[in-house]
Design a protein around this ligand. Structure first.
Ligand code: CDP
Length: 230
C-alpha cells in the first residue's frame, strides 16, 4: 500500500504530538516533530547569547550561524520514540523548558529560520510514510498531504495539560504563566507574516477539549483508515 503524508497542525499544547506519535507508531510511519526543530533553533540562540534582555532576537548575528545548527531525530530504544539532537547532543529535555517556550515564537517568526526548517522538513518527508506535526505543515510544508488534521482545545484545558506535563517532569511551574505563554504563542504564531498558523481549507478539525487520549487516538486511526481505504 502506498504510504501517505499526514499533517497535524494546531494551537499550542493541544496534544498534537501525543496523537501524532501514537498514530505513527501504530501504522509504522515516521514521526517528525517540527516544533522541536524551532525549539532547537531557540536553544541555540540562548546558548549563543542571541536573545536580548527585551526578548528580541539578534537576527544579524544568527543568520550567518544558521549552517551551524544541525538537528537530528534518533530513536530512543527505551521509549520507542524519537529524541531530538542538536549538534550531536540529546536536547529532548532542554528544549521543553519554559525558558525555551517563552522565546520560541519570535525565533520561529524569522523568515530565514523558517526557510531553513521547512527545507529540512520537506527533505525528511520526501518519500511519504510520515506523520508531521506543527503549525504550517498542511498549508506550507506539505500542501499536498493526503490527510490533514487541525487540532484545537480551549486555552484552559491546554494550559492544564501542559501544567500537568511539566509538573510530572519535576519543573517548578505556575499555571497562569503557562496560560499566558500559550496564548501569546498562539497570537504570534497566527499573526506572523510567513506561514502563519491557520487551518488548511481541506483539513479536518478536531476539538479535543473533552476527549480522552484513547478517544482521540481512535478518531485519528479511523481518519487514516478512511483515507487509505479509497
Ligand atoms: O508543544 P507545543 O504545541 O506547545 O509547541 P511546539 O509544537 O513544540 O512548537 C513550539 C513553537 O514552534 C510554536 O509555538 C511555534 O512558534 C513554532 N512552530 C512553528 O512556527 N511552526 C511549526 N511547524 C512548528 C512549531
Amino acid at each position: 500500500m502506498k504510504k501517505i503524508t499526514i499533517a497535524i497542525d494546531g494551537h499550542s499544547s493541544c496534544g498534537k504530538s501525543t496523537m501524532a506519535k501514537d498514530l505513527a507508531r501504530e501504522i509504522g510511519y515516521i514521526y517528525i516533530d517540527s516544533g522541536a526543530m524551532y525549539r532547537c533553533c531557540t536553544l541555540f540562540c540562548l546558548q549563543h547569547g542571541l536573545i536580548r534582555m527585551d526578548g528580541s532576537v539578534d537576527e544579524e548575528a544568527l543568520e550567518p550561524l544558521m549552517p551551524q545548527i544541525r538537528i537530528e531525530f534518533r530513536l530512543n530504544p527505551a521509549t520507542g520514540r524519537p529524541d531530538t539532537y542538536l549538534n550531536g547532543e540529546n536536547v529532548e529535555r532542554d528544549i521543553r523548558t519554559m525558558e525555551v517556550s517563552s522565546h520560541v515564537s519570535p525565533v520561529a517568526a524569522i523568515p530565514f529560520v523558517r526557510t531553513a526548517m521547512v527545507a529540512l522538513q520537506q527533505a525528511m518527508g520526501r518519500d511519504g510514510g510520515i506523520v508531521m506535526d506543527g503549525r504550517d505543515i498542511g498549508t506550507a510544508v506539505f500542501p499536498n498531504a493526503e490527510l490533514k488534521i487541525f487540532v484545537t482545545a480551549s486555552a484552559q484545558v491546554r494550559a492544564q495539560r501542559r501544567y500537568d506535563e511539566l509538573k510530572a517532569k519535576g519543573e517548578h511551574v505556575d499555571f497562569d504563566e503557562i496560560l499566558y505563554n500559550l496564548q501569546e504563542r498562539d497570537r504570534i504564531d497566527s499573526t506572523r507574516a510567513m506561514n502563519p498558523l491557520r487551518k488548511a481549507d481541506d483539513a479536518l478539525v478536531l476539538d479535543n477539549s473533552n476527549l480522552t487520549i484513547e478517544q482521540q487516538k481512535a478518531w485519528l486511526l479511523e481518519q487514516f483508515r478512511l483515507k487509505t481505504a479509497d
